[in-house]
Design a protein around this ligand. Sequence first.
Ligand code: NAD
Length: 707
Amino acid sequence: MIDLNFDDGIATIIWNVADRPMNVLNDASIAAFESAVRQVIADQAVKGVIISSSRPEFVVGADLDTLRGIDDPAKAMKIAGRLSLLFREIETAGKPFVAAINGSALGGGYEICLACHYRLAADNAKTQIGLPEVTLGLLPGAGGTQRLPRMIGLKNALPMLMEGRKVGVAKAKEMGLVDEVVPADGLMARARQWLLADGAANVVKSWDKKGFRLPGGNVQSPPSWQLFLGVGAALRGKTAGLYPAPAAIMESVYDGCHVDIDTGLKIENRQFARLAVSPRAQNMIRTLFYAIGDANKLIGRPDAVPDKAYRKIGVLGAGMMGAGIAHVSAEAGLDVILIDQSQAAAERGKSYSAKLLDKQVQQGRLTADKRDGFLARITPTTGYDQLNDADIVIEAVFEDRSVKAEVTRAAEGVLPPSAIFASNTSTLPITGLAEASQRPANFVGLHFFSPVDRMLLVEVIRGRETSETTIARAMDFVKRIRKTPIVVNDGRAFYTSRVFGTYVYEGMALLNDGVHPALIERAGTNAGMPVGPLALMDEVSLELMHKVMRQTEADLGAAYKTQPQDPVLIKMVEELKRLGRKSGGGFYDYAADGSKRLWPELATHFPRAKDQLRVDEVQNRLMYIQSIEASHALAENIVCARDADVGSILGWGFPAALGGVVSQVDTIGIARFVAECDRMAQLYGSRFLPPPTLRERAARGELLRAA
Ligand code: NAD
C-alpha cells in the first residue's frame, strides 16, 4: 500500500494502493502513510524525504466511500482532521519533504504535495493537477484552502479552488502549483538532488515565518477586498444559491487567511464537515460520482453477453444528429460510413466534423495530422454496400415512420446478420419502428442529445422484441464512444423527453394561468435549471411541440385529454405564428447580435393575473412536476431510479445539487413531497397527483432511490 525505502539518508515513501483501481486516500492507505511519515520523521538518519507513487497516477484524492452517506459532522471533522494534522506534521517536520509528482495529483493527493517543501512534476502529458472537490459539493479539507492561497496568492487560488479546475503540468508550473517540471526518467534523481542541495534551507514554510504576507496582498488589502466582492457577486449568479461549496471555500479562504495557518486549518475543517454532511454534497456524490460512475461501468449490462468490440459503424442521415454521431464515432477511432440521399448532403455531414476539428487545430488542442487521420475515417456516400461489414448502424433520418422503414430495409439488405440496427428517433416508439425490421431482436433505440459532441448521455431504448444481447451490445457501443448510457423501456417519449417535457409544459401552463413570463423564467433558473422553460421551448421549437401534440391527439383520438399547455401552443403556433427561435421568434424576440428579450406582446395574448404567485410556488410547480412524471415512469417500469437521476442531470441539466429528478423527492422527504403534490393538485390540476406507488412508499417511509 505504502512502500518505504531508505538510501543514504533519503527516505522514499511510495504510494501503491494495489487493492483500489487508483491510489486513493482511505482508512487503510492513510494509516499506512501516517505510519511511514511518522517513522521517517522520527528517524534521525533520515535527512530528507521523497513522496511519490509506483502507479501511473500520484494520488487522486480521497476514497469517497469514506464520505458516502456520512451524516455526523463530528465524524466528518475527524476524517478530514486526521489528514490535515498529518500534513501539518510533514510541513513542520524540520526536515525537507519533496513531492515527486509522477502522474495526476488531485484533491487530497495534491494536498500532500502542498504540504511538502518542494513540488517536482514529471513531464507527463496525462497528468492533471488540481483540487476538484467543489465539483462534488465539497472543499479541499486537508489544507487546500489554506496552503494554496498562501502559496500562489488569492487571485490565482480562488478560481482554482472555487471552480475545481484541473490543469496539466505546464500550466501548473506557470501558476506556481508545482515548482519545477522535469523529464519523467529524471524525476527521482532530481528529487534527491534537491533534497541534498536545497532541502535544508527550505524546511520552514514562508507562512511559518514571522511577517508572512500572502503573495499579491493580504486578505485585508484593497485589491483583495475587490477580489472577494467580485467573486462573491459572480458566485451568486452562477450557483443560484443551490451550491454551498464555492461560498464555503470563499469563507474558508477569507477567514483562514486572516489568522495563522493552524487556526486556518481548523476553520477549513469545520467548513468541510458542514459541507460533507449536507444533503447537497451527498446528492452530488451519490449521483455525479457513484451513479454516473456505475452507468459508465455498464453496471446493469446483461453480463452473460460477451463484450462486443466495435470497428465500423454506419450512420444513415447526415443531418444535425447524424453528423454529430459520425463525429463522435470517428473521434473514438471507429470507421464511419455516413450515408445520405445525395453525395452533397453526405459531404455536408462530414464537413461538420471538419469544422469542429479545424477549430481544435486553431486552438492548438489537436495536430493537423491527427485531424486528417480522424477525417479519413469518415466516408460520406449514398450507397449502402459498404455496410456489409459494419458492426452497428444508427439511423438519424427524418422523423417519419415510412422514411425510417425504408432505410431500415435498405441497410438490413447488406448488413451482416449479427449487426445491430439503432434508431435515433426522439418520439416514435421503437417497437413500432422495429416492425420494418427483418430482425427485430437486433433493433434498438439509441437516443442521442444535441449537440452530440458535447452531450454525454445516450438513452438506450428497449423495444418489445429487442434481445438482451442487443441491449448489451448497444451499451458497449455507447461506452466505446465515451458516452454514458441509461437503459429505458419503450413508451411514449421514452424517459428523458417525457420528463423534461413537463418542465417546459408547466412553464406554458403557468403562462396560461396569467403568471408573468419573467417570473416563470426566473423561477426556473432560480431553481437551478440551466434556462427558463419558455426560453427552452423556443430552442426546442414550438412548432415541433405543436406537431407532437397534434400527432398524439390523432393517435389517441377520443382518448386524448387536452393538456394545460395546449391552448398556449395552439395560440402561439396556429394564430400568432411564433414558432420558436429558429423561425425568428417565439416567447422571445431575438436580435441579430444573439441577445433576446421576452416578446412584449405576450402580455396582450396571455393576460396577467392580478395576484401573482410567489416565486417559490412557481419554482415548486416547475420542479415538482418533473419528479412526479419521473415517478410515473418508475411506476411504469420505464426506467430505474438510478438511471432516472443520471438521465435528468446529463440529459437536460437538472440541478446536480438535488441529485437528480428522483433524488429530489428523497431530499424533500417523500411524505412531504406527496403532501405538497396533493396540495398543488387541488389548486392546479390532477397532473400534480403522484402515482399510487409513491404514496405507498411514503406510507412505508421508504426512499425512492436506494442509497
Ligand atoms: P435533420 O433534418 O437535420 O437530418 C436528417 C437527415 O436525414 C437529412 O440530412 C436528410 O437528407 C437525411 N435523410 C432523409 N431521408 C433519408 C433517406 N431516405 N436516406 C438517407 N438520408 C436521409 O434531422 P436531425 O435533427 O438530425 O434528426 C434526425 C433524427 O434524430 C430524427 O429522427 C430526430 O427525431 C432525431 N433526434 C433529433 C434530435 C435533435 O435535437 N434534433 C435529438 C434527438 C433525436
